[in-house]
Design a protein around this ligand. Structure first.
Ligand code: ATP
Ligand code: MG
Length: 374
């Protein structure tokens, strides 16, 4: 939408929507937001021009690609600064889905930890497109995790992502796709990171069905859905995925393949979480300090109604998250689970995260840690 006049009205609408206060006290946030979003989509839809990509932009580089289409770095032919365009194949994208993602991205752009959308959108014969700021250091999935990131970097990510989620949740929006590849980096040291990809974002309270894909991040209440069952969408879903992401950043591994009782790592975790007698801290969690364990347990509370909000991580930034291998307390043998017994001795590693018998975490190939974390 490069046409004049389009931005003024929309900017006013976004401003009104984003002003905190009355909305947070309303019992009907979800409905208000749904209605607002609908209006914004209708208005935006009227103003999206038809134009061909190559006529207006020279594509410099592909930044990401998938079934949805591509994300490319472009140079406007009229001489402006480079622009990232998210291109969605019309064949695979409903117009409404494109408008929803673009409008939500615009609404969230005022927050420092949400990837900024630009007031540029168009449709070509084959694609829908909208502009975004460039994240020059790529995404967290591309970052070499090996045995986890340095704790300082993990905490920088955690703090900024918690702010982004808190902002979204206070506006009754649920991201629904919190994962490593949707966290964009502006520098290698994670001083500035942003949450991006609002393609699955929906208003809290919408009915959602079972999802395929992204299983390690999916909370147990969603994994339990069968067939056409639905669940009322809640911010606790993002909190679970956020905690799984933090585990990944600290260890370089997923805590489990899926949060289902048939997954031995998850079963081990949930027995400990539920206080089952004789089931202590699972082996793959023993590298965390006690404060971090408490934080993760709160974020990964099995009952979504009792799960802590994402912003709680801020309370834990001053305590150690990863315990130096030489100072880790060995788990008393009586409290070891059958799964972990016999592996607990390997707590002392050669530095970095030692998953205390890494055989019982979702394994990470030595050469490309992130590849297994998707
Ligand atoms: N603004 C940006 N700057 C740099 N890289 C980006 C930017 N936006 C996206 N990317 C890259 O492109 C990838 C895909 O982008 P995005 O997640 O928005 O698309 P998607 O279709 O929703 O992907 P998926 O369905 O796989 O999650 C990102 O994981 C990231 O590596
Ligand atoms: Mg994505």
């Amino acid at each position: 939408m490069q046409g004049a006049g389009a931005h003024g009205a929309l900017a006013a609408a976004w401003g009104a929507w984003l002003s905190p206060g009355p909305m947070e006290e309303s019992d009907e946030d979800g409905e208000d937001n749904e209605e607002f979003l609908e209006q914004l989509m209708v208005q935006t839809g009227r103003e999206v021009p038809q134009q061909e990509l190559e006529e207006h932009y020279a594509v410099l580089e592909e930044l990401g690609s998938g079934t949805y289409g591509r994300v490319v770095l472009t140079k406007p032919r009229d001489g402006g600064s480079p622009v990232v365009l998210k291109l969605m194949l019309k064949e695979q994208t409903e117009r409404r889905a494109f408008l929803r993602e673009y409008c939500i991205a615009l609404c969230l752009s005022s927050h420092a930890a949400c990837l900024r959308a630009l007031p540029i959108a168009f449709e070509s014969a084959t694609h829908f497109a909208f502009g975004q700021e460039l994240a020059p250091a790529g995404d967290l999935y591309q970052h070499p995790l090996q045995e986890g990131l340095a704790e300082e970097l993990v905490k920088r990510c955690a703090s900024q992502l918690a702010e982004a989620l808190d902002f979204m949740h206070s506006r009754a929006l649920v991201h629904r796709d919190v994962k490593l590849d949707n966290v964009l980096l502006f520098d290698r040291e994670c001083r500035r990171v942003k949450l991006g990809d609002f393609g699955l974002t929906r208003v809290q309270g919408s009915a959602v069905g079972a999802m395929s894909g992204t299983l390690p991040y999916t909370p147990p209440e969603l994994c339990l859905l069968q067939g056409s069952d639905t669940l009322e969408l809640d911010s606790s879903l993002d909190v679970w995925a956020f905690a799984v992401l933090l585990f990944c950043l600290c260890t370089g591994c997923f805590p489990w393949a899926a949060a289902t009782s048939s997954d031995p790592q998850f079963e081990d975790f949930s027995a400990w979480q539920g206080g089952v007698v004789g089931r202590g801290v699972p082996a793959s969690w023993r590298g965390f300090g006690s404060g971090a364990l408490e934080m993760l347990r709160r974020l990964l509370t099995l009952d979504p109604d009792r799960r802590s909000p994402a912003i709680e991580v801020q309370k834990y930034l001053s305590v150690p998250w990863v315990v130096a291998t030489s100072t880790r307390e060995p788990e008393p043998s009586s409290s070891r689970s059958p799964l972990t017994s016999g592996t607990g001795e390997s707590l002392g590693g050669s530095g970095g995260w030692d998953a205390a018998g890494g055989g019982d975490v979702v394994p990470v190939p030595a050469t490309n840690a992130l590849a297994s974390c998707r």
